[in-house]
Write a new protein. Structure first.
Length: 64
């Protein structure tokens, strides 16, 4: 089984929510800067996933 796909999916969802908030949902979700902050968190989280000990979307050798 590939490791890391849930982390990437979660961060992409957070980034998408941030974009939607910044573009259209400012009144519903908060200030304009909040959307940009959530987008940045999602992008940084995704980048960090690629820097961890198990490469994203690859399984560890010797583990099921």
């Amino acid at each position: 089984m590939l490791k890391g796909w849930k982390t990437i999916l979660f961060n992409l969802v957070i980034a998408a929510v941030g974009v939607l908030q910044a573009a259209d949902w400012v009144d519903l979700l908060g200030s304009e800067r909040a959307g940009l902050a959530v987008t940045a968190i999602g992008i940084v989280g995704t980048v960090l996933r690629f820097l961890t000990d198990t490469p994203a979307l690859q399984s560890r050798q010797g583990q099921a």
